[in-house]
Design a protein around this ligand. Structure first.
Ligand code: XMP
Length: 332
């Protein structure tokens, strides 16, 4: 609509004025905020923006390719894709404690990103070197880091947080979404031509599948989980309620968790002894408390049937009926 059109024009002018003829780096995660920031900055300065997309090997099925198709294929943005899955999986081998896993993933992520940013800062043939780091910080993040939120006495889960990176890298900060709320960021994304499915995606944690594989992370587990989760998400998008809304849109967050335990099953006239997954779907307005979603039995039935038949190696599917508190949304 025209209001968003005007907003884009103004935001583009502001970015151009701030950046001048300098160059910008942005860490693209595939999430809503960094994607919309990338699309907006690209609209403003084109090839003077370089996005760095770190694939830690803990992304969802085809997620890396989808991000590249969108940003390189459709928007023609300059994106450096760093395949760091071997590095991450190597460092995670033998580690099963959730906080230890989070620290490893968060720490490596910063290391890999910094290495790329340092190269881009130095510049090369066609590029004279970046001076800005762009971030998809939105208004609620600004309030949160301002200390308005009461500090919890106990850290339940350490979220990895790239605050402080611009100073460490000696780059100036560019945060074009700082004044926007989440729903405004989404509208802006759609107006910039990003697909609705991308802009209205459920949140995905920074450590990715690393916190959805209980205990030690292994590539074999991640591959099984990716396939099971893709089936769950596909069926959430297929099933609708009586108003025609999809169950994906009717839930706040939904995903699959890999349980590294084996249970006995029967297939044809054979015995199976395979892994278990749990489906998790929640309703929440703020992610601080959440109720498990009352998904239709027909949906659960379809998903469990498909996962067990299509994903060899998983022979049992369970549904998580725990609310937050006392459970958390993610299992780790
Ligand atoms: P919990 O499991 O604490 O999750 O109830 C609340 C929300 O936060 C997300 N989450 C994370 N997001 N980095 C993130 O960016 C993290 O380390 C992380 N841990 C949990 C979770 O997906 C849910 O939306």
């Amino acid at each position: 609509d025209w209001i968003m059109g005007d907003y884009i024009e103004e935001a583009v002018a502001k970015i151009r004025a701030q950046v001048g003829d300098e160059e910008v780096i942005l860490g693209l995660s595939g999430g809503v905020d960094s994607s919309v920031a990338a699309a907006l900055i690209h609209r403003a300065i084109g090839d003077k923006l370089t996005c760095v997309f770190v694939d830690h090997g803990l992304l969802r099925l085809n997620e890396g390719d989808m991000v590249m198709d969108m940003f390189v294929g459709k928007l023609h943005a300059h994106v450096i894709r760093v395949d760091a899955s071997d590095l991450f999986l190597g460092k995670l081998a033998g580690v099963s404690e959730p906080e230890a896993k989070r620290k490893i993933i968060g720490g490596l992520f910063v290391d890999v990103f910094k290495e790329q940013a340092a190269k881009l800062k130095a510049g090369d043939g066609g590029h004279k070197g970046a001076t800005f780091l762009a971030q998809g910080t939105i208004y609620p993040d600004v309030i949160e880091s301002g200390g308005a939120k009461s500090k919890k006495a106990v850290t339940i889960k350490s979220h990895h947080n790239v605050g402080g990176l611009p100073e460490q890298l000696g780059l100036k900060l560019l945060e074009p979404l700082r004044e926007l709320f989440k729903d405004e960021v989404r509208e802006l994304g759609v107006a910039l031509g990003l697909p609705r499915e991308m802009v209205y995606r459920h949140p995905f944690p920074g450590p990715g599948l690393g916190v959805r594989i209980l205990g030690e992370v292994k590539k074999e587990y991640a591959d099984l989980l990716r396939r099971a989760d893709a089936i769950f998400i596909e069926e959430l998008r297929n099933f609708t309620d009586e108003t025609g809304k999809t169950w994906y849109d009717l839930t706040s967050q939904a995903f699959t968790v890999f349980l590294p335990v084996k249970s006995v099953g029967v297939m044809g006239d054979g015995r199976t002894y395979d892994y278990v997954v749990a489906l998790r779907a929640v309703q929440t307005s703020d992610f601080m408390t959440a109720d498990w979603a009352e998904l239709p039995y027909a949906l659960l039935k379809k998903v469990s049937g498909r996962i067990i038949n299509e994903v060899r190696g998983i022979n049992r599917v369970t549904y998580d009926v725990s609310s937050k508190p006392p459970a958390t949304i993610e299992w780790e």
